[in-house]
Design a protein around this ligand. Structure first.
Ligand code: ZN
Length: 213
């Protein structure tokens, strides 16, 4: 059986809307749409489409990859949870969309991510830990995000990201990207090294004030 992430990478899954329902959140009312290639999928991707979404205007869009530790449990090892909540706030203000892709741990899965955390506690950075586990540094793919946006009827976006891989993925897609909107979260003592690695070694467009460099 093809693993979900491999299938996404190889673009062999054609996903479609399986179900949708309005979800009132602290940031506003979103229509939550579950996308998958099959109706009984327990790990569908989600699109959270704000009630004021208008496909005739450039849509503020966040493409967020699942991070159970950060998104759900508020872990300070990364800034994912804060990025997700900030994205919900900003997209709610702009009638935008948050896409929530089920590619945990940059696509290596939660079990491998926890193992990588152990290596990080012994001194590896986020890249070295994956290399020591013989895992890809970033196994994520964004083809599925493009499919989801096209299904929703989005043609033009303002992309909320610091990640050059996401920018490149949209640039090579039929979706027109009119603007890149940075998503800056203040670093915490627990994640400042992680964020430095993202900026220095993974090319993330993080512009902190000088005293936070
Ligand atoms: Zn995270």
């Amino acid at each position: 059986m093809v693993k979900p992430i491999e299938a996404i990478k190889n673009n062999t899954i054609t996903i479609k809307k399986q179900a949708e329902a309005p979800i009132p959140t602290p940031w506003g009312l979103f229509n939550m749409i579950a996308f998958s290639g099959k109706s009984d999928d327990w790990m569908p991707h989600f699109a959270l489409v704000h009630e004021h979404f208008d496909p005739d205007h450039p849509v503020l869009t966040r493409v967020h990859s699942e991070c159970i530790t950060g998104d759900l449990f508020g872990s300070a090892r990364c800034e994912c949870g804060e990025q997700l909540h900030k994205s919900m706030e900003l997209t709610a203000q702009a009638g935008g969309i948050v896409l929530y892709l089920r590619q945990e741990g940059r696509g290596i899965g939660i079990i491998n991510k926890l193992k990588a955390y152990n290596l990080q506690d012994l001194g590896d950075n986020t890249i070295e830990a994956n290399e020591h586990l013989h895992l890809p540094i970033d196994a994520r793919s964004y083809d599925v995000a493009v499919q989801m946006l096209q299904t929703i009827g989005v043609r033009q976006i303002r992309l909320l990201t610091n990640n050059p891989a996401k920018i490149e993925a949209i640039e090579h897609s039929p979706i027109e990207m009119l603007e890149i909107v940075p998503l800056i979260i203040d670093p915490k003592p627990e994640n400042v090294e992680y964020l430095r690695t993202k900026k220095r070694d993974m090319g993330h467009l993080i512009n902190w004030p000088d005293n936070k460099e």
